[in-house]
Design a protein around this ligand. Structure first.
Ligand code: APR
Length: 247
């Protein structure tokens, strides 16, 4: 039984690592990017979420981000997030690498979270570098589009997320690749694995001899490399794995 096999691998992991994507937060009500109902089925990602188009027309980005940000700020962790925190608490995972920017892994109790695509919980001024919580800026978006810095009087604010064309944060990236090269079990959850360099993390783990588990609602390009593949909802599959591990 594949879920039992996944539980056995994770129970025996000494340097387990997880990589998550938008699918983990789908059951918290945050739309994914690809697949059914995904954000990129409504918008062209490069047009609305690349650094070039952001600098050219920040309002176009903020008009899309306004709705997504409201949903993300109101979202709460689901049983999938909680199960991943439990796996870390049991020593099955040493860290969790995520492409998500919603902060729900930290809310669920995961402690060592590496955010490869930054955090949507903050915004920063591109001129003076001042940071403020996204929740405070969200309230201004009804009357201020795009939002401007209250510190230096008017420069454009940008969420502290990695847009297409921007580098991933060097420290988190370095640590994620280091952990991947040491991993003995690689758990991949809720990601289409089409965006690089994030998708290099499981590839590096595989090259280093890690045994891979994929939990995803749909097939992924990495299924054929995995020892265990479970096509299902992470909010259902991950708690089942944790309950099989017990303890
Ligand atoms: N449980 C498990 N998997 C799910 C669920 C669920 N409840 N719902 C959806 N999925 C799967 C989808 O089948 C899809 O394969 O999650 C995956 C989500 O894929 P994407 O929407 O492409 O999200 P992600 O892989 O995180 O995208 C990577 O792309 O646009 C950029 O920066 C953005 O971080 C994002 C990156």
């Amino acid at each position: 039984m594949t879920v039992q096999r996944a539980a056995d691998l994770l129970a025996g992991a000494r340097r387990g690592l997880a990589l998550t994507g938008a699918g983990v937060s789908a059951e918290s009500g945050i739309p994914t990017f690809r697949g059914e109902g995904g954000l990129w089925t409504q918008y062209d990602p490069v047009k609305v979420s690349s650094i070039e188009t952001f600098l050219a027309d920040p309002a176009a980005y903020w008009r899309v981000s306004k709705d997504r940000g409201r949903i993300a700020l109101a979202a709460r962790p689901n049983p999938g997030h909680e199960a991943l925190a439990a796996l870390e608490a049991r020593g099955c995972l040493v860290a969790l690498v995520t492409q998500n920017t919603d902060g729900l892994h930290q809310d669920a109790g995961s402690r060592r979270v590496l955010e490869l695509h930054g955090s949507g919980r903050f915004v920063e001024c591109l001129t003076c570098g001042r940071r403020e919580p996204r929740s405070e800026v969200q309230a201004r978006l009804e009357t201020e589009m795009p939002p401007r810095c209250t510190g230096c009087g008017g420069a454009v604010l940008k969420p502290t997320v990695v847009l297409f064309g921007e580098p991933m944060p060097p420290d988190a990236t370095q640590e994620a690749f280091q952990l991947a090269s040491e991993a003995d079990v690689m758990l991949v959850v809720g990601t289409s694995l089409v965006v690089y360099p994030a998708a290099d993390v499981p590839l590096l783990a595989l090259r280093s001899g890690a045994r891979m588990i994929v939990v995803n609602a749909e097939p992924t390009p990495f299924d054929r490399f995995a020892e265990v593949v479970v096509h299902g909802r992470s909010g259902e599959v991950l708690p089942e794995i944790v309950s099989l591990i017990g303890g």
